[in-house]
Design a protein around this ligand. Sequence first.
Ligand code: MG
Length: 393
Amino acid sequence: MSAVNDAPATAAALAPYAAHDGQSRGRRYPESPPEFRGEFQRDRDRIIHSNAFRRLVYKTQVFVNHEGDLYRTRVTHSIEVAQIARSVALALRLNEALTEAICLAHDLGHTPFGHAGQDALDECMREYGGFEHNLQSLRVVDELEERYAQFRGLNLTFECREGILKHCSLRHARELGELGERFIRRRQPGLEAQIANLADEIAYNNHDVDDGIRAQLLELSALREVRMFRRQYDAVVALYPDLGERRLVHETIRRMINYIVVDFIRTTQSQLTQAQPRSIDEVRARAQPLAMLSDSCREEHLELKAFLREQVYRHYKVLRMTSKARRVVQQLFEAFFKDANLMPPEYRDQALRAETTHGATARARAVADYIAGMTDRFAILEHRRLFEPGERT
Ligand code: MG
């Protein structure tokens, strides 16, 4: 992308509205500054070394992990999101390390089996405060990771935690102090978070086209009904009439991503030129995000999203898989909630301890933490161990 190559940014060239190390709102537990890297690099490095990050390899978005080796998993999705967001961040002179850290951590709290798993767990938790995957990502980095002697969790910077908590219900926002404030006051996070957020959508819409074609859920002829796809596809066919299908598809998707990312950078740049924010706090104080697509690009992007919802996410083969996934999560929850002794000792003890001090809601939360941490294949295995009489336990 030429915009990026034209303007390589260094830390010294950060824009005034970027997140600067020296202006960070800091960590929950104070630590001395790192010696040879920045604060946000340290955040990113801690995320990469976490257990939850490694588990993303075996968690899925749309297609269950064992269906094929070439489909996106949560880890490849997170890396693709980071790639897109870093390109945008560099072009706009934002903090690349913080942007990358937010992207790599944004799905850490996802349950097994993508959205089907999250919806099922949310239903199971209805009487116990619900389950929100963004909030769970924050819980993973704040509480659940056990890697450091001095504190629970990863002790990330405020800016990184702010970016990880993309959405949050008002009820939970009230319990989160400074971090929840923006949801109550309807304010924005820093630009690095805004960019990670939009990059997430761009990444999954485009890779779901690729995965949908690979899974034979999508026909190229049907995809040509989508304006954004048709324009790039027709351009590629006109230039390369003899191209094989695989390269044709990839070249089309590559051009779609490039088209959206260039629009993203230009539109956001012009928003910034108009608004002239002088600091990250001026970005935060706004009622609307500054990172955005142009109206026409957003409209076409939404058209693609609606197409995917109909053709991929509601495809009977995907629905069969999600209904199975839902059942696995529901039955695991019921079994463990009814009898915490069925969980491995460390989770059992955690659930029983939580219950003694905070009642059934805390026990439910401990069960939800155990299930949310599972990979797709581990959840399937646990389900078999619990419900198949012939299976080893
Ligand atoms: Mg995501």
